[in-house]
Design a protein around this ligand. Sequence first.
Ligand code: ACO
Length: 465
Amino acid sequence: MNPRTKALKAFARGQKGSRSTVTLTDNRTGQSLVLPILEGTEGPGVMDIRTLYSKTGLFTYDPGFTSTGSCKSAITYIDGEAGILMHRGYRIEALAEHSDYLEVCYLLINGELPTSEQKRKFMQALSDHTMVHEQIMKFFQGFRRDAHPMAIMVGMVGALSAFYHDDIHDFTSPEGRWIAVSRLLAKIPTIGAMAYKYSIGQPFIYPRNDLNYPENLLHMMFATPCENYLVSPIQARAIDRILILHADHEQNASTSTVRLAGSSGANPFACISAGIASLWGRAHGGANEAVLNMLREIGHKDNIPEFIRRAKDKDDPFRLMGFGHRVYKNHDPRAAVLRESCHEVLEELGYDNKPLLDLAMELEQIALEDNYFIRKKLFPNVDFYSGIILRALGIPTSMFTVLFAIARNVGWIAQWKEMTEDKAMKIGRPRQLYSGYNQRIYLPIEQRSKRRRRNVFPGIVPKQF
Ligand code: ACO
């Protein structure tokens, strides 16, 4: 029996009656509970605690979900200790070298790499949806000129739910799901490029279906109606590789956000908008933009030691952006591919703004040799290098996270689709450890004390407008 079949059987057995178990004993009562261990096809098994509350009256406590499996998924596997990332069983290094982004999209969504005919049909289906409704264009006018493109993305992708709403589309049917998948994949690059054009006051450029995915994206971002814009193949290939490397990453913050939003049966466009919002944060997708801002702030090699000192200081909120990862504790395999690409692309492009790159390389070296970073297993992550490549490719800093969102869109869609097709799916509803007041008596306003407390609405808010 091959290992996959064996593991699947073990998993099924785990669902019904696992051979391996864990016994938990409550020291207060002496009561014991036997919990089954479910084995996946790779990686650590999981302790099935679904009966814990009904049998013991206890919840588990795991802020940040450091040890909690929230779902069963067959899409992506990460071994953080070994630095392995696989999509549907294919190593990320192989996909980055031999595949292209649309092929990876097909793989993530359908589970297999496409044949040429399947790929042709897939591309055709997407090209039918690359334009956005003309009414969508009018929405843009409501944003401030200086709005961050990610703010625009959150709003515009959420607005798609008003165009493709649940009354007309049955997203619980395979056809309804497929059309949502096609629209999201086809339209998000268009919206991302429009967000950029709006922020710089240039006219929107319509999608061109004769170009491939990254070429079309670059064309929509950089072409203008008054000049002939030719997409550089080097640039397009580099963007394609960045898209592949960011396509999916298991149950990260934004993907979990999409799953949680989708678990209530919410509109898929609204769910993806929630994912974009989560990705925007500096600790997640916003890190590549933060890396560039940090490098600018460091400014010169001589200042690196001071920033390293600050990163290590517990009382200083500063962190080295682009370092550390919740899961990877050895190296980030995507960072390894991008590090190589980074040098290739810079050479091919003849990029001569080397000081920033030199600064990044010096920072990388110093951090890799520093005891604090070694001890805490803080290695450069994918954002460290993607920021530098994107910069060299002439992508404006404010668009870095937008590109990440365009890339991760497929991961969110594939995970949303997998979840909605799972018959055992339940609405996501975590529990908590309550630390607030016990029951109190309601006092009329004149009897309440004026005792000052911290973190109370101060009654004065700075005027912004
Ligand atoms: N610089 C300095 N110290 C760090 C850094 C860093 N970049 N990252 C973690 N640490 C330290 C923490 O202070 C903590 O120290 P302590 O044990 O003494 O308290 C320890 O390492 C563990 O850090 P946590 O924040 O508990 O680790 P967690 O897994 O929760 O966070 C994260 C991971 C958010 C990525 C974190 O390393 C970080 O903020 N990195 C910088 C931002 C970044 O690059 N994000 C991109 C992530 S990759 C992605 O989204 C594609």
